[in-house]
Design a protein around this ligand. Sequence first.
Ligand SMILES: [Zn+2]
Length: 507
Amino acid sequence: MRDHFEIRDGDLAGRIGRLTVPRAGVTVETPALLPVVNPNIDTVSPARLESEFGAEILITNSYIIKKNDHLREEALDVGLHEMLDFDGAIMTDSGSFQLAEYGEIDTTTEEILQFQHDIGTDIATPVDIPTPPDVDRQQAEDDLEITKQAIADAEAVDTGEMLVNAPVQGSTYPDLREEAGRHAYESDLDVFPVGAVVPMMNAYRYGDMVDAVAAAKRGLGVDAPVHLFGAGHPMMLALAVALGCDLFDSAAYALYARDGRYLTVRGTEHLEDLDYLPCTCPICTEYSPDDLRAKGDKRQEKLLAEHNLHVTFAELRRIKQAIRDGDLMELVEERARSHPAMLDGFRALLDHTDQLEREDPASKGAFFYVSNESAYRPEVARHHDRMDRLTAEGNVLLTEGGIPSGDEFDAAWRVVPPFGPFPRALSETYPLTAEVPDRLDRDAYEQAARGVARLAEENPDTTFTLAHDDWPESALDLVPDSVDVESLTEVTEMLADAAASDVSTDE
Ligand SMILES: [Zn+2]
């Protein structure tokens, strides 16, 4: 058990947690956003990040500070907190990014950890190797060995109360990511950044990002605080939280602002293309796009950065409320509609349903079926899994509504797409209370048919009759031959015909 991280609430694999940062004397609520502060560039001051935006933690780069004589002297002299004027927790990076960018840095894990300790860092980082996506297997393995060595070197440094990151690398090889996660988790380090995902996000490869994170999470214990390194675009935060990421750092707010780019939860806009500002933050209510453009580059950059921060922090609050309400999946589904690449990320998330299912709470407020992907939510998989605990004996009717005429049954169960069959007594229990549209898609019926198949498989001596209301062939094909199938529409028509002929006989 990692006693500096406590999970308070959860939905899917996402959670609201409390990260205790002893050196700063603060507790940070997660999911948390760490604005990236470049000590050389004052976009939005750390004091304002704290007071106006509610930032409880930020990240800056100890390597940049160490390389600059003036910054180094000041940081060593007064400490990072005073230098930046920030009372919250301060995480520092180690120069790994510079190593990845320029191929070389002149420091070691021991040296940079000692330096981070000396300048008053609260959460420090060793020098790992951020292996890019798609490298050959040998390189990914060799790099991972170096990262493992960096973790071992970091364990050997006496860092006192300072927390230390144990980075998880492995490129685009899920088995390496999982192994890296397990290795990092077994160390006595404290926070677990999943590294080198930025190139995937920049290329809109959200499906690959999800696979990499899901693999890392399989290796890490549930109680490990996970940092998705370099991820801070509001569009993808809900997806990343749903996977079980707790910390995010945003350089995007400042970097995008410098290029005149405006962040939204649906993607990135260019200020020059905007006629309206679709946001309710203080900047967007005070200024029009023309006003911002008229401000000149520096002022425009600052105001855009502030909007970018507002929209990102707002999304994080929305995500936390969704976790509290148990409807994070609905939020992820909504965000998935903003871009085809996000839809890929969402579908990749659903490929890991079994993994999500282990952490997803068994009962929540409501289940809204809002897209065909809803058919693959963890709740549906869990319902299918519970078929082995439901006993059905004798001659059992599984029906969507009516009872076929002329047959006698020992029991009548309900069938509701996308879940499948269940005893009536469970009708009022989550998730079978789901709100489902009348115009259902094929996936919902097919999942219900898989539920029927699972029940029949678990109860080989029982006779089942499925009375369905106009299921598509693709669903009926999934129902095993041992189950009798009757169409309720045909039965209703037959009964109507019979009633009509009765009336004519009476005359
Ligand atoms: Zn705004």
